[in-house]
Structure formats: structure tokens, C-alpha cells
Unconditional design. Sequence first.
Length: 434
Amino acid sequence: MLYKKLRTMPTIHTVCALREAKGIIIKMNLNYKALDLISDIYGESFYLLDSKQFIINLNELQTAFRKIYSNSHIAYSYKTNYTPKLCKIVDQLGGYAEIVSDMEYELTKRIGVKPEKVIFNGPYKNHNAVCELLLSGGTVNIDSIYELDIIKQIADENPKKTLNVGIRCNFDIGDNVVSRFGFDINSEDFNKVLSFVATCNNINLIGIHCHFATRCLETWTERAKGMIKLIDDRLGDSPEYVDLGGGLFGKMGDSLKAQFDYYIPTYEDYANAVAKKFAEHYPDQKPMLFIEPGSALVGDAMKFAAKVINIKVVRGKPIATLLGSIYNINPTLNKKNPPIHVYHKSLDAIKAYENLDFGGFTCIESDYMYRGYTGGLEVGDYIVFDNVGSYSLVLKPPFILPNFAVVEYNDVSNKVELIKRRENFDDLFHTFQF
């Protein structure tokens, strides 16, 4: 298939494509011709990764916190986007891995993350993964009472090993949501886990953790205040770390910001709301302060390029069908239009449309990737969707078609590199019995 496509390309493109297929980086500017060349090599639609933007985001977020509270650290949320290249970057820059499954733990090992830089959260934890991580020096944050039996067994079987654990804490932060994560700090279960870690000789309670889904700035202030109060009232001594979890807004274009009915905080806003509380309460800069960003780092570090396959008008409504779906860019199915850029195949006689919707390739009626586009459009154009790095790649189901390729692209270096090949039918079918 690759060979058939390459035969129709100019000689120089053929050479570049063959080299790229072997993993060699080539240079190009992002325009229609560049997108079409990537399409010839990797498929008509694809993700564009910008790891340099990811690095910028990580450094800026960490700097914002460390300017106020120097003992601040980032534990990247693998579940948000576990592209290995991004996870490696976090490790290389001194960050931690925040994982919620044995699958993600396996990824940390393949990347080469040291166990002491791994934090295991989540409502379900595989026994073997918990055992291996604890015995290797990693940290497990206890989420529910059932986990005590697992950890007690590991502690009893390894009396000479010190096991590092944290406790996930749940309290009211004023968001009118009852989170399902962690222990209600006013419950008997919370008292049980405190008693357990206090009486088990080889259990080391090194930290406390909380996680709430809301990204609103005011709730981050409440997280910080609640955790500090919990330490003062219930723990006495400060633990080695306090982890405030994830749920931060990242960078986004004005068109996306305008669709929210509240202010979108900056990295500095979050730092002022949280780090100042810790700096005031702990002037010696102890304990370690962790945050677990995912979307805040990777949201604007990935785009999705989808080719226009068809345009039709149904009862006066113009609709374009793209080779892509809402599940490729927004599998959480919120109603917001992502920022887009249209790359035209030709600038001659482009037909103009008003209030056109971009529909996906699936047979789900609600599969719209963007609503209300006004402007020129032709079959063969590319629609590039911005801010799609959060959850898109990892939540896309194997529905109708396999997922698309991921290529590394950066406007500054003008380089393209394969990050993840396009999935094929065998990838989906090989687990079934035929």
C-alpha cells in the first residue's frame, strides 16, 4: 500500500518518504503540501505532536510554583496521554510518573523510570504491581479500605522491607460534588488506615494525597487549606509530601476560552492560590508539594489533521464529512468547538459556506467534530484541530476504524518524525478467536 502511494509522488518526495518510513527525520513547513506528504506516508488523517510545546509547558508550570514554594514537584498524569516520548521527557526533566494502573506501571518500566519516581493512585490496583512497586521503593497512595489487606500481606511477607505509602483524602472543597476518590477524612475507614500505618512497623506513611475533578481556581485554594488543616489537626508532624492531585486548565486559544462561562486560570494563578498557602505555613519549604497535571501540559501539545472527504447540503444545512470523529479529538464529548485551521488544497474558486458542521466518519448521529463553521471549504482540504492532546489518544475506542498515526511536528524545527504508527485491522482483531 505504501509503495503504491509513493509511485505517484515526485522523486524527491519518494526519497524522503522512504527514508521517513525507516524512522529518519525529514524537514518541512506545515502547509497543505506538508500535510499531504504526511498523509501519503501515514494515512489521510493523523495526529501532530509538538513535544517542544510540552517541554515549555512543563517548565513554565514548574517555575510558577517553585518561584513561590521551591520544594514543588510535578508528577505527570500518564492516563491523560501516555505517549512514551512525553513520559520520557518528564523523567528526563526530573518529574515523577503518576500512574493509575498496572498497564501504566509497565510503561514506566519500559521507559526506564526509577521506582522511587513513581506514584501509584487510582481506585483499583493490581496486587502484583503494588507488590513490585512497593518492594522496589515506589509509593502507593491508598484509596480504599480493601487495599489495606493487600499492603498488609506484602508487609507481613517482607518484614525487612520498608514500604512507602500515602493516603488519598476526601473532604468538602465547596464544589457541590461528592468525589468517589480517597477516604472521607471524617469516616471510620480513615481512622482505620491511620491506625494501620501507625502500628505496622515496616510501613512508612510518607504523604497524603487528594484529587478532585474540578479545575476552578477557588477549589484549588480549598484543597491547599484542607490538606494543611488535616496535617495540623490529625497528623501532627508534616509528611514528606503533600500531593494535591490534578485538574488544572492548560493553555488555550481565545476562541476556546470564550466558550467557558468563567475565568480560565493561568499557571501563575494556580501557583498563587496554592503555593502561597504552603510557603506561608511552611517557611522552611517542607514538605514536598506535588501537583499531577495532565491536560495542563499536553492539551495544546497535540493537534489532529483530518481530511475533508465529502460536502453535502441536507435540507439547507451544509455538512462536511471528515476522516476523523469526535472520539479522535473529544472523547469526553463536551460541547465546545476546538480551535481549528483550514488548509486549502487549492486557492482557486473555493466555495464559501455559512454555518457548516464538520461530521465524523462514524454512524453515530451526534458525531460532530465542529459546529457552525463559516468560510471556504473544498473536498480534499485539511482541518487541523488544536488542543486535542488531553485524553483523545488514550480514550479513542476501537470503533468503526482503528486509530490514526501520531507524528512529531514542530513549527520551529520544521521536523516530522513518526511517534506512533497507524493502527491496522490486525491490531484490533488479533485478540479474538476466529
